[in-house]
Every structure is written in C-alpha cells, then in structure tokens.
Design a protein around this ligand. Structure first.
Ligand SMILES: Cc1cc2nc3c(=O)[nH]c(=O)nc-3n(C[C@H](O)[C@H](O)[C@H](O)COP(=O)(O)OP(=O)(O)OC[C@H]3O[C@@H](n4cnc5c(N)ncnc54)[C@H](O)[C@@H]3O)c2cc1C
Length: 289
C-alpha cells in the first residue's frame, strides 16, 4: 500500500474543505471495509485519507411518519438491529442483516455501502425499492439524488470527488405492505450474493396488487430496480401464476457476469427463481387495508 496523509476533521465543513482542496487525490474513510481492500490491492491510491470518524451527527437514525432517515455513518449492524427500523421498514433491516458477518456489519456504514457502489452489495437495491433519496454536501452546497439515479457503473456513483454523502431518506412503505429479501448464496452464508432480490408488495381492499416494487442485486453493473416486474402485477390478485409470469420479466432485465458464483446464464435463471420467491413471500405477508 502506498503512503498517504491521514486527516480526521471534526466537522462536516472541515471534510468539505479538504475535499475541495484535494479533489480526486482525497478519499473519504468510513468503516474502511471496502476502501482498505482496494488500497491494499493498489486499485485506489489516495494521497489523502479523510476520516469521517470524528464528524458529529452523521450517525443519526430516525423513523417517524415522514419516513426513515439514516446518517451516512450509521453502521450496518444498527440498521439491522434497531427496533424502529425493524418495525417500520423490515425489508431494510433484513437486507442489512444479510451482509457478510457481524464483524463486517459492525464496521461498514450506510454511506460507505452506497458510495462504494459495488452492485453485489445487499442494501442498495433495497433503497431503490423504497424510493430513497441520497443527500450529499460539498463546499459549494447540498444536493439530493434519487437512489434510482445514484449508481452509474461498477464501483461508480454520481457523487463528485468533492462531495460527501451525508444521509439517506426514504418514505415508509404503505401500511400492510408485504416484503421479502432473498439472497442466493451458493458458496457460504457470509459471501456476496450470486443474485439478491428485494420485493415490496401492497394490496388494495379487494386483495388485488396496488403496488409492487422489485430490486435485484449482483445481476448487472449497478443494483437494479425492475419496474416491469411490478407493473405486470398491478390490478391482479397475486396468484402463483401471475407471480411466475411477472418474475419471468426479470430474465431480460438483468445482465450478470460469469464468475465463481455461477455463469451468467445460471444467474439469469436464478434472478427469475428468486424474484418469484420474493414476490410470493411478499404477497403472503401483505395485508389488505
Ligand atoms: C469480506 C467482506 C465481505 C463483505 N460482504 C458483503 C456482502 O455480502 N454484502 C454487502 O452488502 N456488503 C458486503 N461487504 C461490505 C461492502 O462491500 C463494503 O465494504 C461496505 O459497505 C463499505 O462501507 P464502509 O463504511 O466500510 O466504507 P469504506 O470502505 O470506508 O468506503 C467505501 C467507499 O465509499 C466512500 N465513502 C465512504 N463514506 C462516504 C461518504 N459518507 N460519502 C462519500 N463517499 C464515502 C469511500 O471513499 C470509499 O470509496 C463486505 C465487505 C468485506 C470486507
């Protein structure tokens, strides 16, 4: 690993000043679980490492009628275990609970987990399903980015080098909505997914699907939201046949790679299978208003 300057400002303004000064020569350090691996492999070689550890208020987490707000420095473990998150957005708690091991979840942060932009991570597709908004700040101001528009390519988000992700906000799912998080792990329980699927499904008073949103991870250069799958179910009772037909639409939406977790063709099949399972579980959990 190459040498670097280490800075640990105690305010967000201090972080933004350093990012403005050093631009792409600087890298933010949150939990370090992703960045340090890239640095050890010399894939990333920042001249300056800017730690977020001492910045106050980045670890705020709240749930109210407006929705959920998670600060960039909230650890995965807290997202998994917080009773208010478990109650209001169980899909999100479940996805964070599926990340690697407790040791990783105790370190990795919400902001690092989005900015890292690895399409194999668990939570990003869920934030997309929830319709989240990412908040970012730089020396020149703040901006909000729809999670849907946040990811550009493998390990690439729309964040500029001088921007720090400060928090993520999402509205609460509709009352009674069913949910499911499916992570296909052909190798070991602490691995990245071969394919992961997040589903949220709400019924109307007749038991017909009012809203269905499906996100798929590990299946393309970015975590995917697959509107066609949800749209195919709207207005119908969520029967096994309707779900199977909708899940089949995942096949053409994904664009997986061959790797040690399976061939691209196999992962395409698994995207369909796990979309079907996720929708079936979400439908079984959904309650009529
Ligand atoms: C062995 C192992 C297994 C793993 N398995 C999984 C898994 O199965 N599923 C899963 O989802 N994740 C998994 N992870 C974790 C995941 O891949 C990332 O490492 C983690 O989410 C990054 O979070 P972090 O806080 O550690 O970020 P860091 O490593 O500190 O940073 C990652 C990147 O984000 C940038 N960054 C960090 N915070 C901010 C911010 N606030 N604003 C702007 N940029 C920022 C950094 O500059 C860096 O580029 C695993 C990690 C390891 C080491």
């Amino acid at each position: 690993m190459r040498g670097f300057d280490f800075r640990a400002p105690d305010s967000l303004d201090g972080v933004c000043e350093l990012l403005a000064e050093y631009g792409s020569d600087a890298k933010l350090l949150a939990g370090g679980t992703g960045l340090l691996n890239l640095m050890k492999q010399e894939l990333v070689q920042p001249a300056v490492l800017v730690s977020l550890q001492r910045v106050p208020d980045l670890d705020a987490l709240s749930v109210d009628s407006e929705g959920i707000r998670a600060g960039a420095f909230v650890r995965h473990r807290r997202m998994e275990a917080d009773p208010a998150v478990q109650r209001a957005v169980p899909l999100l708690a479940a996805a964070y609970g599926h990340v690697a091991t407790v040791r990783i979840r105790m370190s990795a942060t919400v902001g690092g987990g989005l900015a890292h932009a690895d399409p194999a991570m668990d939570a990003p597709a869920v934030w997309k399903v929830l319709g989240a908004t990412v908040h970012a700040r730089s020396a020149s101001g703040t901006r909000q980015i729809a999670a849907e528009d946040f990811f550009e390519d493998f390990y690439t988000s729309v964040l500029e080098p001088e921007e720090v992700l400060t928090e993520v906000r999402a509205p609460l799912p509709p009352a009674g909505a069913g949910w499911s998080y499916q992570k296909f792990l052909p190798r070991s329980v602490d691995d990245y997914a071969a394919v992961s699927v997040a589903a949220l499904l709400a019924l109307d008073e007749n038991g017909h699907v009012k809203q269905a949103r499906v996100g798929i991870g590990s299946a393309a250069p970015i975590p995917l939201l697959v509107p066609a799958v949800g749209a195919a179910l709207i207005g119908q009772p969520p029967t096994a046949e309707a779900i199977a037909a909708a899940a089949e639409l995942a096949r053409d939406a994904v664009d997986p790679l061959d790797d040690l977790r399976g061939s691209a063709a196999y992962k395409r099949d698994m995207a369909v299978v796990f979309t079907r399972r996720a929708l079936a579980e979400a439908a079984a959990r959904a309650e009529r208003p």
